[in-house]
Design a protein around this ligand. Structure first.
Ligand code: SAM
Length: 293
């Protein structure tokens, strides 16, 4: 019997089936479920670009979030050591199992991705690659879940709403910078891969979509902060966008006198908002406030 790793390397010499899969997404009538964020990708070049953005995955397990009708799955199946695709839709999951029945590198899990222990999907100590045209209604939750599992993930290529990508990748001091940007940038290096118009999907969403590549590179050690309390501190600092950082921190229970001393020590104006301050200075402030008296 062929072992899984051998079987998964047995690839057809030439297969353009992914192109027909992308086209079929347009042709085959299939009820989509807007509540599950089902906007299927029907642009073959975009499917390839997303798979390409993952890089070489021939020795890696790839986790696909929301494979849908398999447009991206079809391409990756021929490139990976192993692909675990997590689909919540109880009609799509069995359909995918049939579609990939002859492809031993592909496993379909019918589940809510937010409940799956991603670490358990690894073979040995390997790091996972993650890919997905994400269901937009839970984009932030999925990103936070990926950060939670940052130590078992090497990189992720995700399609998200363009405006959310702008927020995730925003720089401090710009309109889009906020808690999501700060958190994402604490865990990962971010690169925009491409942006697609609504017509690339069926049915077309009302928004443009952007593919982001996240290369996990946690910065807690560099900043000398403990992950959990520092993230709680960030949440407190960003709690109310209109308020200053100092006011938000006082509302969270930080002592006024200590803040008055710690803010200038971290080169932060008492009138600054959290959105204006880069992670280095936030970390300096947290460390100062966390010191024993
Ligand atoms: N990957 C396909 C494509 O690009 O055409 C489908 C992408 S579609 C935007 C999002 C997919 O995520 C749908 O198939 C949807 O059923 C699935 N989905 C929605 N919520 C999910 C969840 N909580 N866990 C796993 N999959 C989910």
């Amino acid at each position: 019997m062929m072992r899984r790793s051998q079987a998964s390397r047995a690839k057809p010499k030439v297969s353009l089936s992914f192109l027909s899969r992308c086209r079929n997404s347009r042709e085959t009538p299939l009820k989509h479920k807007p509540k599950l964020g089902q906007n299927f990708l029907v642009d073959p070049a975009a499917c390839v670009a997303i798979a390409d953005a993952l890089g070489n995955v021939s020795a890696q397990t790839v986790v696909e979030i929301g494979p849908g009708r398999g447009a991206i799955t079809e391409i990756l199946a021929r490139r990976v050591k192993r692909l675990v695709a997590i689909e919540l839709d109880r009609e799509l999951a069995p359909r995918l199992r049939t579609q990939f029945a002859e492809t031993p590198s592909v496993e379909i899990i019918e589940a809510d991705v937010l409940t799956v222990d991603l670490a358990s999907l690894r073979e040995g100590e390997e790091k996972l690659a993650v890919v997905g045209n994400l269901p937009y209604y839970i984009t932030s939750d999925i990103l936070l879940r990926l950060f939670e599992f940052h130590d078992v993930i090497s990189r992720a290529v995700v399609m998200i709403q363009r405006e959310v990508a702008d927020r995730v990748a925003a720089s401090p001091g710009t309109r889009d910078y906020g808690l999501l940007s700060a958190t994402a940038q604490l865990y990962a290096r971010l690169e925009r891969v491409l942006t697609l118009p609504p017509e690339a999907f069926l049915p077309p969403p009302e928004v443009h979509s952007t593919v982001l590549r996240l290369t996990m590179r946690p910065r807690f050690a560099e900043f000398g902060v403990d992950p959990e309390p520092f993230i709680e501190f960030l949440k407190a600092g960003f709690a109310q966008k209109r308020k200053t950082l100092a006011k938000n921190l006082r509302a969270a229970g930080y002592d006024s006198a200590r803040l008055a001393a710690a803010l200038p020590a971290a080169a932060i104006s008492p009138l600054a908002r959290a959105e204006e301050i880069e992670l280095e200075r936030m970390a300096a402030l947290w460390k100062n406030l966390s010191q024993e008296n």
